[in-house]
Design a protein around this ligand. Structure first.
Ligand SMILES: N[C@@H](CCC(=O)N[C@@H](CS)C(=O)NCC(=O)O)C(=O)O
Length: 218
């Protein structure tokens, strides 16, 4: 399998982590989806990465759908609990992690515009803050040890909040207070600290890429 990814992408990181947790061999191809030479157009009608290209040439795209696909095609080891409440809880966490990431995406793109809408930014900021508070509440008391099972929800939340640290420390995003998720969220911090110890997280840390977001939004 080939994973079309970008080094800083939290969406692509989710898939890389899931593949590693499931011990599925894959190679990575780095792409810049906004560039003239992007290959995403050849594989996805949405022109977005991540994309998983199978050995048959078939392409699976959109990180949420790829996670579903992986779970059905490669059920072992599972990245979902077996009981209904557990499954719904993991999917709730996954959805929150993904939607919070999308709201941050909206903020960073809006702030690159010549005349950003303050209302829009504060609306998205509210979503991020409340989403993170809810995630903090949901992970309360959890601290998965290295050998413990984790879920797609854990992966989505981990990929999202850890990219905030990366974005700030590399000046890739404005230093927004809302991205400083550790402040006052001790449960989430403990939980993420445990996830970060896993090999799958260690081996998929975000990295820099030359992207001119200003050119993208204009
Ligand atoms: N909902 C998509 C979002 C993926 C996404 O936004 N990917 C970015 C790179 S991190 C991208 O390809 N952007 C190009 C575009 O949106 O046209 C997913 O979960 O896969």
């Amino acid at each position: 399998m080939r994973l079309i990814n970008a080094p800083p992408s939290p969406y692509g990181r989710k898939i890389a982590i899931a593949l590693k947790e499931k011990q599925i061999a894959f190679e990575t191809y780095y792409d810049q989806p906004w560039g003239d030479t992007t290959c995403t157009v050849d594989y996805s009608p949405l022109e977005q990465l991540p994309i998983l290209v199978l050995d048959t040439g078939k392409a699976i795209y959109d990180s949420t759908y790829i996670l579903e696909w992986l779970e059905l095609r490669y059920p072992e080891p599972p990245l979902l609990p077996t009981d209904v409440d557990g499954i719904l809880g993991a999917k709730l966490l996954q959805m929150l992690g993904e939607r919070v990431m999308e709201a941050v995406h909206q903020i960073t793109f809006e702030l690159k515009r010549s005349y950003p809408s303050e209302d829009w930014v504060s609306r998205q900021t509210r979503k991020v803050r409340k989403g993170l508070d809810e995630i903090d509440r949901l992970v309360c008391g959890r601290c998965p040890a290295v050998g413990d099972a984790i879920t797609v929800g854990d992966i989505a939340v981990g990929s999202t909040v850890l990219v905030f640290d990366f974005l700030i420390s590399n000046d890739f995003a404005p230093d927004l207070e809302v991205l400083r998720w550790r402040h006052d969220r001790r449960d989430l911090e403990t939980f993420i600290g445990a996830l970060e110890n896993r090999q799958s997280f260690q081996e998929t840390k975000p990295a820099m890429m030359d992207v001119d977001l200003q050119a993208v939004v204009c």
